[in-house]
Design a protein around this ligand. Structure first.
Ligand code: SF4
Ligand code: SF4
Length: 499
């Protein structure tokens, strides 16, 4: 075992050092990932189908909100400052829901990373998903790894031109569909689709499609693993979140070393070899172009394709699967020390994951509670500043207020505006001919912000001096909702003191 340990340590250190020396400012080595089959590849196909399906289909889903609101299930309506998500409608002043969702997404990502490592990178990150999709096209047109390498090295022939042009046309079509789908989240999708085709869409729509098409085409078609390795900050952040109990894709060197090819095994039959037959299939299938046998690396997105590849090799040579597997560092160390350690669900329950789960649940419950109990009516009041009051000929004072009523329901509603706190105070609408009254009825359009200018009139004997606090009460006529606003009434310095 000591011999195996030394070999593993030496390989890791030497390989990593050599790799780092080579990598400083090195030119990109083109990667031609080989096709692989297996459980993880299958899982990735499913996740790819679901995530791409959600992305492309969602803007076309309809949701009936009545005649006065858009019927697109998910819509970011920038012009009217609304976000619609099925039965939920978020107004600008409710932006804290978006902040809450972002906090939940962040904590959720911490939780996932500390338990199953970089699962986000390997399975659901858009870069991973689109690279996978572009690779499907590439393999379909140019063949698997060896054929693609041969084509790449070969001279430009009619066949090569045909394959390359076909591949790039398909890539560009996917990229256009990707950029195109994104803008459908910001406007009524069927209308915008027609406008795009008839060249009647706004310039920003064409610009956004062009930018997203270009970035998808370049990132997924050309830059690929370089985006993960050099551009994305997430691998660095995740590295700080992993601990010895986090699952990562691991080459079990304690079992695989010393590695040897078949000929070497035959030539040195007296040597005790490990399970790795040095076939390099794990390297050939890796979309990041790394050798997992060099140890944990920043470039590894834990897509687990090398597990599938190695399992197929182990099956063929009659050795147990799992030479490359999901394992924690403590599991690995335990096995190196001669134990027979396997990771169980218990290793997921530890202080860090418990804290993340509690934080995530608290944020989720708080959001749910606020969503279920939120008001669908709000009022904003702006007191006239010039002048702050008008002295009336009958001895009274009049103050002007601009009142914004936010009717967040998708139906027209009528509200009653009244005053509490100043005896005998009356209300009148600016420009109205009716006599001032104790309350006003105001009808607001559905799902809209309605502004009215009102005057409040009061008399010195009911005022508390220069400033008198009072409450503006806005109630739905059916009594289903009431909001209040604490306001100030201004009068001349000598105004009464009866309150
Ligand atoms: S080393 Fe394995 S898990 Fe890591 S990126 Fe390569 S194939 Fe995926
Ligand atoms: S696929 Fe398995 S056996 Fe082949 S080189 Fe990789 S670790 Fe060794």
């Amino acid at each position: 075992m000591a011999e195996v340990l030394n070999t593993v340590d030496r390989i890791d250190v030497e390989a990593v050092n050599a790799k780092h020396k080579r990598e400083l400012y090195k030119a990109r080595v083109k990667i031609f990932p080989k096709r692989v089959t297996g459980a993880f590849r299958q899982l990735k196909w499913w996740i790819m189908a679901v995530t791409l399906g959600i992305y492309y289909v969602t803007p076309w889903l309809r949701w009936d909100r009545g005649p006065d609101a858009p019927d697109q299930a998910v819509l970011i309506d920038m012009a009217n400052q609304r976000f619609y998500f099925f039965f939920i409608e978020i107004w600008p002043q409710e932006f804290y829901y978006i902040a809450g969702l972002l906090i939940m997404a962040g904590v959720g990502l911490f939780l996932v990373t500390s338990t199953v490592g970089r699962a986000w990178c390997g399975y659901t990150c858009p870069q991973t998903v689109w690279v996978d999709l572009f690779l499907v096209v590439e393999r379909w047109i140019e063949g698997d790894r060896n054929a693609r390498m041969k084509l790449d090295k070969g001279a430009w022939s009619p066949g090569k031109w045909r394959k390359r042009i076909s591949k790039h046309i398909l890539w560009i079509l996917i990229a256009i569909a990707t950029g195109g789908a994104w803008i459908f989240y910001f406007a009524d999708a069927p209308t915008l689709a027609v406008n795009l085709v008839t060249l009647e869409a706004p310039a920003i729509a064409y610009t956004t499609v062009a930018v997203l098409t270009a970035t998808t085409y370049v990132f997924a078609g050309f830059m690929r693993e370089q985006v993960c390795t050099y551009m994305c900050p997430w691998p660095r952040i995740q590295a700080a979140m992993l601990d010895e109990h986090s699952l990562t894709v691991t080459y079990n060197g304690w079992r695989g070393e010393p590695r040897a090819r078949h000929k070497e095994r035959v030539d040195h039959a007296d040597t005790k070899y490990g399970d790795c037959i040095d076939c390099n299939l794990c390297v050939a299938v890796c979309p990041q172009g790394i050798d997992i046998r060099d140890g944990q690396q920043l470039e590894c997105i834990t897509c687990a394709l090398c597990i599938d590849a190695c399992d197929s090799v182990m099956e063929k040579v009659g050795s147990p699967k799992g030479l490359i597997s999901y394992a924690t560092l403590s599991e690995y160390d335990g096995n190196v020390a001669g134990g027979n350690v396997t990771t169980t669900w218990r290793s997921f329950i530890r202080p860090r994951t418990i804290v993340y789960t509690i934080l995530w649940s608290l944020a989720g419950f708080a959001m749910l509670y606020m969503l279920l109990t939120r008001d669908r009516l709000d009022i904003n009041v702006l007191h006239d500043r010039n002048p702050v009051y008008v002295a009336l000929s009958d001895g009274g004072f009049r103050n002007g207020y601009t009142i914004k009523i936010l009717n967040m329901e998708t139906r027209q509603r009528t509200f009653r505006l009244s005053i509490v706190g100043i005896t005998g105070a009356t209300l009148s609408l600016a420009g109205a001919t009716e006599a001032p009254t104790g309350d006003l009825q105001i009808t607001t359009p559905a799902d809209d912000q309605h502004s009215v200018k009102v005057f409040v009139t009061a008399y010195p004997q009911h005022l508390g001096g220069e400033t008198t606090p009072f409450t503006l009460l806005l109630s739905h006529v059916d009594g289903e909702e009431t909001v209040r606003y604490e306001a100030i009434f201004n009068a001349a310095k000598a105004a009464g003191n009866a309150q």
